[in-house]
Design a protein around this ligand. Structure first.
Ligand SMILES: N[C@@H](CCC(=O)N[C@@H](CS)C(=O)NCC(=O)O)C(=O)O
Length: 240
């Protein structure tokens, strides 16, 4: 049985979709990131970056944090969505890392400046808006002659899909990227994707963040990390 540490955001949904697609049994542990659950010392032992998602596989005691690594782990466990043959495997992995290092972080920053800042931040907004636009076109070109990013449906598609979902909130129209739209429409009809997408949508979510929550979410510094891990270090007799 797998424990999934989860909150219903695009990064969380990569993993709920994957677990549903693989038909693996799992138990959901909510990590309410607006309430500070990501700083729970027990959670930090699994996910030292104080971010969800993370998993613990009770079949062997292995824990994994960060979406890309979790997707690889689950793909290897289930024997699905990550080919073993070298060329096909790296075709998938290069797009998985493209999502993890580019599409996800750029979309995440765009989300921040679109939805969570009060002041005008035109430079930042334009920067991330342009990057999201560029990356949707990169997807579009790749999908010109392929149904999915690496040919067959894979963890690369599962990683990228949830970050296309907020395109309307970001002020985009997928008609500009016809292959991306076709790919997006195909994936969203998969029953397992729908189940993964729905997980936690009925949980209490906050539309607006109070100033305290804003500070907790977006004011994190090195101090936050040292404070969160202080208990652990104190036990070992160290000062940080
Ligand atoms: N690279 C990570 C990113 C995970 C991430 O940024 N998670 C966010 C929610 S979408 C989080 O846990 N935020 C908690 C916080 O900001 O304190 C992944 O793909 O898993």
């Amino acid at each position: 049985m797998i424990d999934l540490y989860y909150w219903p955001t695009p990064n969380g949904k990569k993993i709920s979709i994957m677990l549903e697609e693989c038909g693996l049994e799992y138990n959901v542990i909510p990590v309410d990131i607006g309430a500070g659950d990501q700083f729970d010392p027990e959670f930090l032992k699994i996910s030292p970056n104080n971010r969800m998602p993370a998993i613990v596989d009770h079949d062997n005691g292995i824990s994994v944090f960060d979406g890309g690594a979790i997707l690889m782990y689950l793909a290897e466990k289930a024997g699905k969505f990550l080919p073993t043959e070298t060329a096909a495997r790296y075709d998938v992995l290069q797009w998985l890392f493209w999502q993890a290092s580019g599409f996800g972080p750029m979309a995440g920053q765009l989300s921040h400046f679109v939805s969570y800042t009060q002041d005008d931040h035109d430079y930042a907004l334009n920067r991330y808006h342009n990057e999201y636009d560029r990356l949707l076109a990169v997807l579009d070109v790749q999908l010109r002659e392929r149904e999915f990013l690496a040919g067959e449906f894979s963890i690369a598609d599962i990683a990228a899909f949830p970050w296309v979902i907020p395109y309307k909130r970001f002020g985009f129209d997928l008609d500009k990227y016809p292959n991306t739209r076709r790919w997006f429409d195909t994936i969203k009809e998969r029953p397992a994707v729908r189940r993964g997408m729905d997980l936690g949508n009925d949980w209490t979510k906050r539309d607006t963040l109070s100033p305290e929550l804003q500070k907790m979410m977006f004011g994190q510094t090195s101090e936050t990390v040292y404070r969160a891990h202080a208990g652990e270090f104190a036990k070992k007799g160290e000062d940080k």
